[in-house]
Design a protein around this ligand. Structure first.
Ligand code: ZN
Length: 256
């Protein structure tokens, strides 16, 4: 099933499900029990929101060998975790803003895991049950600030630095899905999730040994090689085989 979040005719955010080019309301709680209404809303007439509103976004650094190598960095022995703030999330079609403090903002195409239930101390089997589905993310990064600060909160944390969507796919097999990133139609990144150092379930289990995972929380699983510069006016497309594609324009933010 494909799950969206959208603005309904009363201006309220709702979860919905997608059937081809139509969508239907999901009534009840997506994370407990719900009912699917008939899919009679044209999908292209809906304003889509980010498919979840996470309490936290857990990210994994250097989870693809080829990406670690392009930064002359070692592959970590255990997953290297960091956080992005929920305020960095934007939805499909929303604009990524390049902050005036950075001269080097880069794209990082990533598979995002959506957590379906409150959990702690998961084993690999439990991790499988705790996953609701998968969506597309881009871990946008101010590389110069990440390097200068030594830790990553500022470089990874600006508003609009976590584009997400367009929907959650509950049926994806994350073992071998192709991830691509194009800028203005030019292919910048292409890799497969099979090249992850730590696979999805292991990452979820590991994160849950540190902090309680809440319904709707996200785990971004790292980026393949080929990260590169974003500039004012660019059109970023992040895609994952079996999910779809996420489009976001890029604009310079004026200083306030
Ligand atoms: Zn990343």
């Amino acid at each position: 099933m494909r799950i969206i979040r959208y603005i309904d005719k009363n201006d309220q955010p709702q979860f919905g499900w997608v059937l081809e080019d139509k969508a239907g309301l999901i009534e009840g709680s997506l994370f407990a029990s719900f009912r699917r209404n008939s899919a009679d809303l044209p999908l292209d007439g809906l304003r889509l929101l980010p498919p979840v509103a996470p309490t936290k976004i857990i990210c994994v650094g250097r989870n693809y060998v080829a990406h670690a190598q392009e930064h002359d960095a070692e592959v970590p022995e255990v997953p290297l975790l960091f956080l992005k703030p929920p305020s960095s999330v934007i939805g499909p079609g929303e604009t990524i803003l390049l902050p005036p403090q950075s001269q080097r903002v880069e794209h990082e195409a990533e598979l995002a895991v959506v957590i379906g239930k409150r959990s702690r101390w998961l084993d690999l089997e439990g991790a499988k049950d705790a996953i609701l589905g998968y969506t597309i993310a881009n871990d946008v990064t101010a590389r110069d600030l990440q390097r200068r600060d030594g830790q990553w909160t500022r470089g990874k944390g600006f508003d609009t630095f976590c584009p997400l969507g367009p929907w959650i796919e509950t049926e994806l097999d994350p073992a071998d899905a192709v991830i691509t990133c194009t800028v203005n139609g030019e292919l910048r990144q292409m890799g497969s999730t099979r090249d992850m150092v730590f696979p999805v379930r292991q990452l979820v289990a590991y994160a849950s040994s540190v902090m309680t995972l809440e319904p709707g929380d996200l785990l971004l699983t790292g980026t393949p090689a080929g990260v590169g510069l974003l500039a004012d006016g660019d059109e970023l497309v992040t895609s994952i085989e079996g999910i779809g594609e996420l489009r976001n324009p890029v604009r310079a933010e004026q200083p306030h």
